[in-house]
Design a binder for this molecule. Sequence first.
Ligand code: OTU
Length: 651
Amino acid sequence: MYEQVSHTLLNDILNRLKTEISEQDLRHFYTRLGANFYGIHSLFQRLYGDRDDFEQQALRLVETMARQYINRPDKLRKLDIEREKDYNWFLSQQWVGMALYSNGFAGDLKGMRERLNYFQELGINLVHIMPLLECPEGSSDGGYAVSNFREIDSRVGSLQDLNELSAEMQERDILLVLDVVLNHTSDEHEWAQKARAGDPAYQDYYYIFKNRNMPDMFEQSMLEVFPETAPGNFTWDEEMNRWVMTVFNSYQWDLNYSNPAVFIEMLDIVLYWANQGADILRLDAVAFLWKKIGSICQNEREAHLILQLMKDCCQVTAPGVLFIAEAIVAPVEVIKYFGEDAVIAKECEIAYNATFMALLWDAVATKNASLLNQGIKSLPVKLERATWLNYVRCHDDIGLGFDDSDIALVGYEPASHRKFLIDYYTGKFDDSHARGLPFGQNDKTGDARISGSLASLVGLQYALEVGDAAATEDAIKIILLLHSMILSFGGLPLLYYGDEIGIINDEAYLNDPLKAGDSRWMHRPEINWEKAALRNTAGTVEFEIFSALKRMIAVRKEIEVFADFNNRELIEVENPHLFVFERYDLSNTSKRVLVVANFEDKPQHLNLGDVATWGTTKDAQLVDLYSGQSPDIFNHSLVIPGFGFYWLSEL
Ligand code: OTU
């Protein structure tokens, strides 16, 4: 019955589509629309079905998809068809990414073109250029407060620069990832300005209230994202004489997705960037898309419906384009952003693995992998055709996003363990060489997160300052150990620019009043290319890290079992300093790699008897694919050097 309703509506819509649209060659579009329309209609109905103008809105939705399909360049349409055929293309171990700010990395977009060789030198073939859209000169949250979703920030270049860059990247087989900030706009966005001027249609784009009644009710259950710099979730706007919901900074106005016009506008923007040549779109802050009184306003069911709808619509117009869910939320919640059912409710193909990231930092601080093991054991199994984005750090703070119950299970008291980690990384202990700063300290909840560059957090900055060669070596080993994890775990590894040459904290942000209050700027560096050139000089820190990573990336690409087909098994071993897992081939069990990581600074042993089917392997039969050497085995135990790792295979 229901399907008939959706078919009738589709027929109506197609009849009413303006002639300029219906005269185009839309064969592929119609096929995909037909295939997806039942889902699209059901979702749209669930979200907006009780509105009088529902059918009108549904027509606009289809028109938007059709128009953007017509705009889609031929070469991208071809790519869509190739990717539809080879639909697992992104699960391959061939992809290795890097995230960066174009101005910090290369000055601007033109500069990026000149640096493309650098990616190829290292083996990077996916580049996430962080927000580059027009945003206010002053407060812009590093570009995440967008004032115009269709224009490039003139400080980094023009749309033409981006088109030229993306064309050249495509020629070199480098994928382009761009951000779409779905949850909010800058208060300087045209929509916000119109709302401010009193236009009710645009006031309905946001959550705007006359008095504190609703805001106060919301506040009873909402959390605070930036408690120090932007406490509360509402901002009083003088000009409008109204309260606006601003979950992030006071100048970031939350969009109201209960209004279908907002959904359609944002879909149009998603498809617009797909048509500019983005292979993958990173959807920022997706957990926050739906607000409901009495809830924390994160991970609401409707936020998932919006993403499913977004995915289905993108599937019709630009099926080759993937979504990354940026949802830095609890493991049981994050898994839902892949879609709860692969067949009828896809959402994002890729999701940030913030749990793994945070657990790795726990292992580094404790020199012990107990919580890492426990946390990964509790990480729900994800769907097929979905993959993790594995990272050591990103442009944001490091939040300790693992479960208290897991902390307790391994024998720590959750609150004091969290406090220990914050203290450790902010260098409050004598034996901690970390040079981080707290971020988002919330005195009400006791919560805090961590800022600081990878090199500074693992003690490299300290070691270089005091001239301690052994400490320098250790810090480099930790940097490599962490990368060996994200490169082998299963998923898309995303390096963070500057980490590949060991860049330390940048304190320059303190001199800029607009940045000084946000310690995340200490790890958003400007690359000094003279220093980066030291990667070619043996004996330098830059050389040690860069050349090892280059090798690691090249080796990863050769190891087929590192592709992500949910083909990983965690192996519980007796030695708590070790994190051990096997990657295997689903169709050929003799093809397998044993990954062993030692988070202790001293050598450790792994009793091979602990590792069931590897138990009978002898010394010379094992080879570490990364170093090409056979590891030492002593008394039937594998020996792993301090902060060492192996990617073991049988000879
Ligand atoms: C994202 O961040 C971006 O990565 C941040 O750079 C932005 O400031 C923010 O959105 C607002 O656009 O929303 O889903 O803990 O991890 O703010 C998680 C801080 C987010 C970030 C969090 C994150």
